[in-house]
Design a protein around this ligand. Structure first.
Ligand code: ADP
Ligand code: MG
Length: 159
């Protein structure tokens, strides 16, 4: 299913992300796509809130590539912006991280599309203006994502 949201502020984006976070289960992979400054890292902070991770712990991991957050459900935050080839991602063990039993968030996920699981959740950002973003969430047609749709209705057109 595809859900389209309009975010009018960073707070809206955090709220949408948190609602998605509440629908996630161990083993899920979320791939985030969009230009620099679109809100991918902010969205990861919102997902982290659903797992009790303070937002200031989730920062753009551009230089470190991988940051692991321990917890009842481990959350791995990956940013492949600086990865030049899928081979490089394989060399640093990203396939193993993606098939682990925590939750993986992958900024610039499209760059390693061939490594992502087929049931990966995709979040695509389009910058509409200073504080406005379109956020499209593509997720498997599973009841837990229907709950997410209901909880995030106020950000959907006509919702
Ligand atoms: P990315 O990780 O995609 O490069 P960030 O999440 O690091 O982007 O940065 C997004 C920036 O855009 C932040 O400074 C944030 O405050 C700003 N911003 C303004 N409006 C929004 C919005 N509606 N959603 C997300 N970010 C927004
Ligand atoms: Mg980022």
């Amino acid at each position: 299913m595809i859900l389209r949201f309009t975010s009018n502020s960073p707070e809206d984006t955090l709220a949408i992300a948190r609602a998605l976070g509440e629908a996630l289960l161990p083993g899920d992979v979320v791939a985030l796509t969009g230009d620099l400054g679109a809100g991918k890292t902010l969205f990861c902070k919102g997902i982290g809130k659903a797992f009790g991770i303070p937002p200031d712990r989730i920062v753009s991991p551009t230089f470190t590539i991988v940051t692991e957050h321990a917890g009842p459900i481990p959350l791995t935050h990956i940013d492949v912006y600086r990865i030049e080839a899928v081979r490089e991602a394989e060399d640093i063990g990203i396939p193993e991280l993606l098939s682990g039993d925590g939750i993986c968030l992958v900024e610039w996920g499209e760059r390693i599309a061939e490594l992502l699981p087929t049931d990966c959740i995709q979040v695509k950002f389009t910058i509409l203006g200073d504080d406005r973003r379109e956020i499209a969430v593509i997720a498997p047609d599973h009841p837990r994502f229907h709950d997410f749709r209901v909880r995030s209705q106020r950000f959907q057109p006509g919702g």
